[in-house]
Write a protein that binds this ligand. Structure first.
Ligand SMILES: NC(=O)c1ccc[n+]([C@@H]2O[C@H](COP(=O)([O-])OP(=O)(O)OC[C@H]3O[C@@H](n4cnc5c(N)ncnc54)[C@H](O)[C@@H]3O)[C@@H](O)[C@H]2O)c1
Length: 377
């Protein structure tokens, strides 16, 4: 039986424990705070260790499941792999390309599995969308809109830049992974909006001053498809939906069980009739699906659908967002509007400071300023 060591015992670890309890695994948990681990272990009757080091050092534990804040992912992944353990890491892989590079080097030195927890890939609605796109049901896609909104009200670290908080790493990344999955890595990424719209907010019953971005809008080009993507931390009721327009029709879909998935075809194609093909999907436990997949990958039964390379593509996009926000907003500032206007790519003028709307020179992947930041592996 595979022994899984969960490191970090917060909100998401609890969901993982519940999922693993339906799978044939031994569960051991640990947290930087031993009291937190002990209390969760008592609640779910699983083993715990006083210190995460005890999990990393235990050779009977063959895999780790990293549920710590994103700022700690890099270290935990690298140490897990170096210790000969398979590693599942919650999304996102990490917050910067430099960290991604170190993780990639560690993965290359190891023969263990590394899977990143982009769980939306396991949603049946999104699988139908992926199959419809790949089978050409709507023809060549040319415009897509993605939106995700929530509150991130489980922990205060999710709202501070210093602790890798903000809507980019917490929510936007889900959509970025989806975009990479559907269309491949974007060739161009422009940040249209990146700001902190509501700096004072209540999180976990505590009123805090947030400095991480809570509203981001991107304009991207990926394999001929124009992609507009919005993510925010200011939507009281979680929201998620997408539209994809193609030469033979449209797709609408959502993670939310009360929203339909519609494949609309101008002309009948494959399994899809002419007109709107509606499908509804019941609520599914994505944690169970992704962690079952992790175990199957460890047992070499299936290929890892959440590859490291795709997460590196996501990190490349994140890096471009940081670059834009850093260049056009004061450190710790609350507002970075990056209205994309026509600055010649050879133009090296510094953007004007002080205004709310700042010029942003978009990156063109393949151009010297924005070529792939890491070569493919
Ligand atoms: N898949 C999803 O949809 C989803 C949803 C929420 C969060 N997440 C991700 O899961 C990760 C954890 O988020 P969360 O909401 O559970 O956070 P959380 O704050 O609720 O829990 C984090 C836990 O990690 C512990 N911790 C912090 N540093 C540690 C260290 N160095 N070693 C051991 N323990 C440490 C903290 O004490 C805390 O108990 C984040 O990367 C987040 O982005 C994923």
């Amino acid at each position: 039986m595979t022994a899984i060591g969960i490191i970090g015992c917060g909100k998401i670890a609890e969901r993982h424990i519940l999922a693993y309890r339906k799978l044939p695994v031994r569960i051991i948990i640990a947290d930087a705070s031993p009291d937190v681990a002990r209390s969760l272990a008592d609640q779910y009757r699983v083993e715990y260790r006083e210190n995460p080091e005890d999990i990393l050092a235990d050779t009977e534990i063959t895999a780790t499941d990293i549920c710590v804040p994103t700022a700690c992912h890099r270290e935990m992944i690298i140490r897990s792999l170096a210790g000969g353990k398979h590693c599942f890491c919650e999304k996102p892989l990490c917050g910067t390309l430099r960290e991604a590079k170190e993780i990639r080097e560690a993965a290359a030195r190891s023969d263990r599995v590394l899977m990143v927890g982009f769980l939306q890939r396991f949603h049946p609605a999104f699988r139908v969308v992926k199959e419809a796109l790949d089978s050409g049901a709507i023809g060549t896609p040319y415009l897509s809109l993605f939106r995700v909104g929530g509150r991130g009200n489980a922990a205060t670290w999710k709202h501070q830049r210093a602790t890798s908080g903000g809507v980019v790493l917490e929510l936007l990344v889900h959509k970025l992974d989806q975009i990479v999955w559907f269309f491949g890595p974007p060739e161009r990424v422009d940040v249209l909006v990146g700001e902190t719209l509501r700096p004072i907010r209540t999180v976990h019953g505590q009123t805090i001053s947030a400095d991480a971005e809570d509203l981001v809008v991107l304009d991207m080009q990926a394999r001929g498809t124009r992609v507009i993507c919005e993510a925010d931390f200011i939507t009281p009721s979680y929201m998620d939906h997408m539209e994809i327009q193609g030469e033979n029709g449209s797709i609408f879909s959502s993670l939310l069980h009360f929203m339909p998935t519609i494949i609309h075809c101008n002309e009948r194609r494959g399994i899809y009739n002419q007109g709107s093909n509606f499908q509804n999907f019941p609520m599914v436990n994505l944690f169970e699906l992704e962690l079952a997949h992790f175990l199957q990958v460890i047992e070499s039964k299936v290929q890892n659908t959440n590859s490291l390379q795709d997460s590196i593509y996501v990190t490349e996009i994140i890096e471009r967002i940081w670059d834009s926000l850093n260049r056009f907003g004061p450190p710790g500032g609350q507002r970075w509007d990056a209205g994309r206007t026509a600055i010649d790519s050879a133009d090296t003028r510094q953007p004007e400071r002080g205004g709310d709307h700042r010029d942003y020179r978009g990156f063109e992947i393949g151009q010297p300023s924005g070529g792939p930041l890491l070569p493919e592996v």
